[in-house]
Design a protein around this ligand. Structure first.
Ligand code: ZN
Length: 66
């Protein structure tokens, strides 16, 4: 498998990479909210269904560029 064979899927997977709750370690599936912070960054706000912990993740667009 070569990286160039599936660039869209790779980007999709990285964009939607699922974090783990820092409190209980449960994998998160859908962000509560996604927002553009600026031109190069998206912030996802997560709310853990297992323990109710809220946390944020950031994704830089530079990481998605191929
Ligand atoms: Zn949790």
């Amino acid at each position: 498998m070569t990286p160039n064979a599936t660039p869209v899927i790779v980007s999709f997977a990285r964009y939607f990479s699922r974090p783990f709750c820092p409190e209980c370690g449960r994998e998160q599936f859908v962000p509560e909210q996604s927002s553009f912070v600026d031109d190069g960054c998206i912030r996802h706000a997560w709310l853990c269904e297992a323990c109710g912990n809220a946390f944020n993740t950031h994704i830089e667009f530079d990481e998605l560029s191929l």
